[in-house]
Design a protein around this ligand. Structure first.
Ligand code: NAD
Ligand code: MG
Length: 386
């Protein structure tokens, strides 16, 4: 029997984290958890360490780390550390085979780069890190010969459809989008959207940031940029189609006009398991699409005037350089400020647009320039008053 694959899970207490734990419970004979990290939910992280006998854990937040020390929640066999450096160090643990990056936001970039430099394969759920540092991540992965396995459902679908097809046969990628929770809400009513309304999704159960991103379609914008880096296509060959049922996870169109798709119910366990067991397959953790029950699949073009974040993402991708980093940082701040009830829902795209127009976007930025652009954009977006 082949040895178990040893996994590090960054973002273990989140939505992707909990879907990953479901996959791990089902495949204990193939997968082993050797490291976990979370931001501040120490009791939950400790519980995970008990259940999976995890030897190494990191809490990003210092206060949470001290609370954990006092409470004695963690098993005595788990070494617990804290802070950003500990997070990057965890991602390089010699005994690990693959690092699943499921922390939210640009905070994922440093640990992902550290893992790649240490020669680890990466399962990539976090999209913001590619939007911020895509050129550097792709270059490092090529140089180190590590696999970047796309865990975001659309990119996982595309990755599966592309297997066995050389790049010169590819015409375009068509990413499906649910259209979010306000798909059928008239634009005139969006002014009244509250954080409570924007954090409920009809198809997917996800963390708060990505759920708001899904409503504004900034999520699909980030995913266009993610697809550009993962599959090397220019924006003209990346399309978006609204598909309310979230069963077709994306399409690949070849130069002869044939289109392939990947289908499964809207649960991240399918993509997560595909990445963790890759290139093997095994029974999934939940039922798949059942064609004995009648259902329909619908598709329509997005209305860019209703979803300005999608247009802004295309514009940022076309501008290149540090523009996607500005888009991402401004969006992260806009979502935080919206959830804190500081700005209105319709001000999210306005804040992104303002940041893109005010910030300098260097072409071919170094990693340091990108981090600087990220920091400066956050300061600008934080201080802007409507
Ligand atoms: P979430 O908010 O539910 O969970 C985030 C996790 O990251 C938590 O465990 C949190 O403790 C941890 N975390 C946050 N900031 C951190 C930091 N600075 N350092 C260390 N840990 C930190 O988010 P989620 O919905 O699971 O999404 C995670 C990532 O996966 C996002 O980038 C998202 O875009 C992407 N993604 C999520 C889904 C989904 O279905 N939830 C689907 C596709 C892609
Ligand atoms: Mg997705």
């Amino acid at each position: 029997m082949r040895p178990r694959k040893r996994i590090i899970l960054l973002g273990a207490t989140g939505s992707i984290g909990s879907s990953t734990l479901r996959v791990l419970r089902e495949h204990k004979d193939r997968l082993e958890l050797v490291g976990v990290a979370a931001h501040s939910r120490h009791a939950e992280l400790a519980q995970i360490c008990h259940e999976f006998a995890v030897p190494q854990a990191v809490l990003q937040d210092e206060k949470a780390y001290h609370l954990a020390q006092q409470s004695g929640d963690f098993p005595s066999s788990t070494t617990v550390n804290c802070g950003s450096e500990a997070l990057a160090e965890l991602a390089t643990l010699p005994e690990a085979d693959i690092v699943l990056v499921a922390v939210v936001g640009a905070a994922g970039l440093r640990p992902a780069l550290a893992a790649i430099e240490a020669g680890k394969d990466i399962a990539l759920a976090n999209k913001e890190l590619l939007v911020l540092g895509g050129a550097h991540v792709i270059e490092a992965a090529k140089r180190k010969g590590v696999r970047l396995l796309p865990t975001d459902s659309e990119h996982n679908a595309i990755f599966q459809c592309l297997q066995g097809h050389p790049a010169n046969q590819l015409d375009k990628l068509i990413l499906t989008a649910s259209g979010g929770q306000f798909r059928d809400t008239p634009s005139s009513e969006l002014q009244q959207v509250t954080p409570e309304m924007a954090t409920q999704h009809p198809n997917w159960s996800m963390g708060p940031k990505i759920t708001v991103d899904s409503a504004t379609m900034a999520n699909k914008g980030l995913e266009l940029i993610e697809a550009h880096w993962l599959f090397g296509l220019e924006p003209e060959r990346l399309e978006v189609v609204i598909h309310p049922q979230s069963v077709v996870h994306s399409f690949v169109q070849f130069i002869d006009g044939s289109i392939l798709a990947q289908l499964s119910p809207p649960s991240m366990t399918f993509a997560i398991q595909h990445c963790l067991l890759y290139p093997d397959r095994a029974p999934g953790v939940e039922p798949t699409t059942d064609f004995r029950t009648a259902f329909s699949l619908d598709f329509k073009a997005p209305d860019f005037s209703k979803y300005p974040c999608l247009q802004l993402a295309y514009d940022a991708l076309r501008s290149g350089g540090a523009a996607p980093a500005i888009f991402n940082a401004a969006n992260e701040v806009a979502v935080e400020r919206f959830l804190a009830k500081e700005i209105a829902y319709l001000e999210i795209p306005k804040l992104i647009e303002h940041s893109l127009s005010r910030m300098q976007a260097p072409q071919q930025p170094s990693l340091e320039q990108l981090f600087q652009t990220d920091t400066e954009t956050r300061a600008l977006a934080q201080s802007f008053r409507f």
